[in-house]
Design a protein around this ligand. Structure first.
Ligand code: 3PG
Length: 213
């Protein structure tokens, strides 16, 4: 898959809802319930981070949930890309990028949302064909002010800011012309996932889905 095509597809993922939940899943057994709760609340695109032993099994379970569009996050290596694809992820997210990671995503037909933290990184990715990128860590890197400043010289790139984004500040990101969607973990707090508070998670998802953009 070419980077241009990958970005077309990740732009479509971003268009589904203003927020992509960033999920750290400890129990694959509850992954489908979690996915159903988020989808029911209006957030169909889900990022399962490959940070726990349960992550790949969780992707397999969630990929079967109707209406869900399940991606894999925290992709660091070629092996991560292959494992994510094999588990049924339909897009990939990484905190940054390496040439080898991008080569693997392109060879495995996994549409990639690669991370950029500086204008040079955004320019490198754009030159390679990635016009939709993750801005990470959004708040730590200067947040809305920095993304707004990047929009003047590099308007061709649209971003998914992630890291420190919350219900309180998401709307200010979403109001920027170079923001396609935001990512955040706040819609699935660990305690609510542990206790199986699916109705509560659906309510958080619905609040997030209603954010203007
Ligand atoms: C992550 O990779 O953990 C994301 O950036 C989520 O960040 P958040 O927990 O601040 O939403």
């Amino acid at each position: 898959m070419t980077p241009d095509h990958a970005s077309e597809l990740t732009a479509r993922v971003c268009a589904l809802a203003p927020v992509i939940p960033v999920l750290v899943i400890d129990e694959a057994g509850s992954a489908a319930d979690l996915a159903r709760a988020l989808v029911a609340g209006g957030l169909p695109a889900l990022e399962v981070t490959l940070r726990t032993p349960a992550a790949l099994e969780a992707i397999r379970e969630m990929a079967r949930v109707e209406g869900g569009v399940v991606g894999a996050g925290t992709l660091l290596t070629e092996k991560d890309v292959e494992a994510a694809k094999e588990a049924g992820a339909t897009f990939g997210v990484s905190p940054g990028f390496t040439r080898r990671l991008l080569d693997a995503a392109e060879a495995n037909d996994l549409p990639m949302l690669p991370g950029a933290a500086t204008p040079s990184e955004a320019m490198y990715l754009l030159q390679r064909g990635y016009s939709v990128q993750k801005f990470f860590p959004a708040e730590g890197n200067g947040g809305v002010a920095v993304l707004k400043a990047w929009g003047a010289p590099i308007p061709q790139v649209r971003f998914c800011p992630t890291g420190g984004v919350s219900l309180q500040n998401a709307a200010t990101y979403l109001a920027l012309p170079n923001v396609a969607c935001v990512g955040g973990s706040w819609v699935a707090p660990a305690a609510m996932v542990r206790s199986g508070d699916w109705a509560g998670i659906s309510r958080l998802a619905a609040e997030a889905a209603a954010l203007p953009r």
